[in-house]
Design a protein around this ligand. Structure first.
Ligand SMILES: [Mg+2]
Length: 278
């Protein structure tokens, strides 16, 4: 189906209600372009007061998760809503208070999930290895992070930089199936090589939050290509509902193939949709 051919989540309310079929919504929301307008500078993508209120009201009634490509802590701070689960880095990094909603969970329990579970030991091992090997490259800093190990070389004398590069390359060659490299500005970021996307994040969260039973329907609202992974994940036996946010005035967007089931045409409509669900 193309985006332009989809039924509308508000105007075709009967079709939408038929798909929900009396089930309780568990709502997964993208952030940029879904809760906030797309802006030139990413740091300007602050949520409006009315949208924040709409998300807040809904989060008081049912499970609401924000699944974003951004850093989790940044979005969590902007949203400033207690009880909301935020999955950052395309769901790579999930945390939030689940308020006892998870099956068997106790009140106030916090979930801390990341797709790199089981990699902690490897990350600790390579941190040690890098520190030893880079002792002869003055200025090099090895920074262990929650989901990666960063090797900073800004302060390394240019003559010693090839040693840093060779050390990192050798390490990656040692663990070709487990590690990958993301270069940055004067930094090598070594990350676990895992296949993870918003779709897998949503499937994980449905389970972790205890909303994967037949009495619940997972709704996912998003505007971007990475959200298509989530729309696809909700197909089939999961029987969820994907809602794509798209401006049909843009012919390229309208003609884009999508795995979503319904359409909303603006951020304003997303806000009305969230109010309708609440
Ligand atoms: Mg988006």
């Amino acid at each position: 189906m193309s985006v332009g051919g989809l039924p509308h989540a508000l105007r075709d309310g009967d079709q939408f209600a038929a798909r929900v079929n009396g089930r309780r919504p568990a709502v997964f929301l993208d952030y940029d372009g879904t809760l906030t307008p797309i802006v030139d500078r990413p740091q300007d993508a602050v949520i409006s007061e009315t949208m924040r209120n709409a998300v807040h009201r809904l989060a008081q009634r049912t499970t609401v998760c924000v699944v974003t490509g951004r850093d989790r802590s940044v979005v969590a701070e902007w949203l400033g809503i207690d009880g909301l689960v935020v999955a950052g880095s395309h769901g790579f990094d999930i945390a939030g208070n689940i308020s006892g909603r998870a099956a068997g969970g106790e009140g106030g329990e916090t979930i801390q999930h990341h797709a790199v579970a089981g990699f902690e030991e490897l990350l600790a091992t390579i941190t040690e290895q890098l520190r030893n090997q880079l002792a002869s490259a003055p200025g090099a800093t090895v920074e262990p992070k929650r989901f990666s190990v960063a090797v900073h070389y800004r302060l390394v004398d240019p003559a010693h930089r090839p040693l840093v590069t060779a050390t990192v390359e050798d390490l990656l060659a040692e663990y070709p199936d487990q590690l990958k490299l993301t270069p940055g500005k004067m930094v090598y970021e070594i990350q676990p090589k895992v296949d993870w996307n918003k779709g897998q994040a949503v499937l994980y969260l449905r389970h972790a939050l205890g909303v994967d039973g037949p009495e619940y329907v997972s709704l996912y609202v998003g505007d971007d290509i990475t959200d298509e992974d989530a729309f696809r994940a909700l197909k089939g036996p999961v029987n969820g509902i994907g809602v794509v946010v798209a401006d049909l005035n843009d012919p390229e967007v309208a003609g884009r193939p999508t795995a979503a089931d319904f359409l909303l045409e603006s951020i304003g409509e997303v806000e009305r949709f969230l109010d309708m669900l609440a």
